[in-house]
Design a protein around this ligand. Structure first.
Ligand SMILES: *Cc1c(COP(=O)(O)O)cnc(C)c1O
Length: 380
């Protein structure tokens, strides 16, 4: 079956008891067992819950994995991966990963004596050079944040495996509609379900998907041992969101491309970063790696300084001033003062996160309305 069909039907059978087309939400924390010491499929909702299981079944299928695990947030999902590491281990992470992941690696994971190196993952030689005998995880994001850099997943998988390490890909920006990292050789795929999977800015969640059963078992053990599982109501909202993921993402990408092309022709804008534009450094890889569309996040740089970018971001009316992304409503933010404010200025400068950058997340509003809103804000 096609992706969009599976997104609706896999993991979502009708309720056998009532015929309900939408399965009930199982809020129960515990489950009656057939006998003492005899276990049914579910025993306690931290260890497994039917509503969470339905979501995990759907997303595992869409990402071509053997199994998936749903967490209370994207960060909880990434933390579960890093919890498999031991003192003395080394992690290589992309230079433009999500700020929360950077903080987790440098302020929490490092406390356990785990070493972290950040590299520009668009530079394959630099990745290769960063490996040490104790490196066992390469963690990357593509498209990256906020510069929308594109990393070659298949090439990174090859390098990681040559060094005996796992490749984990935070695929939040790409969604399984555009890229399926496990099919390209990655070992772990992660999504902040808060973004496109949920798609409506009304749920926090994270998922991990893997293709190896032994790795799944290790992650499951850690998830159950640490307990940051996704709640049933949230799992229901994510499952509901995924049913429309394909049409939402396709439509949002189309509008994003039109907005990026329009911005690129505007003299008030000094730079537009969007993988769908032919001059973007990752365009060729994106054409190969992303399924006929380039995502719905666009980053632009305005002429002028911090104050100008701040003013533009505050002046839009349809684009709401907020972090997060991937939902039906368009959002706008200034990385230097918002999503990337926790990095020091020197790091931001070294990685091209200038004060004039503005990141926009394109929602499902009409192109013309979004264009007019940006036009008005840029004109002020
Ligand atoms: C939001 C986000 C996360 C963190 O997810 P939460 O659900 O906010 O914990 C991780 N990676 C990327 C790329 C994100 O956009």
């Amino acid at each position: 079956m096609h992706f969009r069909t599976r997104a609706i039907h896999v993991g979502n059978p009708r309720d056998p008891q009532t015929g309900a087309v939408v399965a009930p939400i199982h809020l129960s924390a515990t489950f009656v067992q057939p006998g003492a010491g005899e276990w049914g499929e579910f025993d306690y909702s931290r260890s497994g819950n039917p509503t969470r299981k339905a979501l995990e079944t759907t997303i595992a299928n869409l990402e071509s994995g053997c199994g998936a695990l749903a967490f209370a947030s994207g960060m909880a999902a990434i933390h579960c991966v890093t919890s498999m590491l031991e003192t003395g281990d080394h992690v290589i992470a992309g230079a433009d990963i999500y700020g929360g992941t950077f903080r987790l690696l440098h302020k929490v994971v490092s406390r356990a004596g785990i070493h972290v190196t950040c590299v520009d993952t668009t530079d394959l030689d630099a990745i290769d050079r960063a490996f040490t005998p104790t490196t066992n995880l390469l963690w990357l994001e593509t498209p990256g944040n906020p510069l929308l850099s594109i990393t070659d997943i298949a090439a990174c998988a090859e390098i990681a495996h040559q060094h005996g390490a796992l490749l984990g890909v935070d695929s939040t920006f790409a969604t399984p509609v555009l890229t399926r990292p496990l099919e390209l050789g990655a070992d772990i795929v992660m999504h902040s379900a808060t973004k496109y999977l949920g798609g409506h800015s009304d749920v926090l969640g994270g998922v991990l998907i893997v293709r190896d059963k032994a790795l799944f078992d290790r992650l499951y053990f850690t998830q159950n041992a640490t307990g940051a599982v996704m709640a049933p109501l949230d799992a229901y909202l994510c499952s509901r969101g995924i049913k429309t993921l394909f049409v939402r993402v396709r439509e949002q990408c189309q509008t994003a491309l039109r907005i990026a092309e329009w911005l690129a022709a505007d003299p008030r804008v000094s730079r537009v970063l969007y993988p769908g534009l032919p001059h973007h450094p990752g365009h060729a890889i994106a054409r190969r790696q992303m399924n006929a569309a380039f995502g719905a996040i666009v980053t632009l740089e305005v002429q002028g300084d911090f104050a100008v970018a701040k003013q533009v971001a505050e002046a839009t009316k349809l684009f709401q001033l907020a972090v997060s992304l991937g939902a039906v409503e368009s959002l706008i933010e200034q990385p230097a003062s918002m999503s990337h404010a926790s990095y020091d200025a020197a790091f931001r400068a070294a990685h091209g996160i200038t004060d004039g950058l503005i990141r926009i997340s394109i929602g499902l509003e009409a192109f013309e309305d979004l264009r007019d809103d940006l036009n008005r804000a840029l004109g002020q």
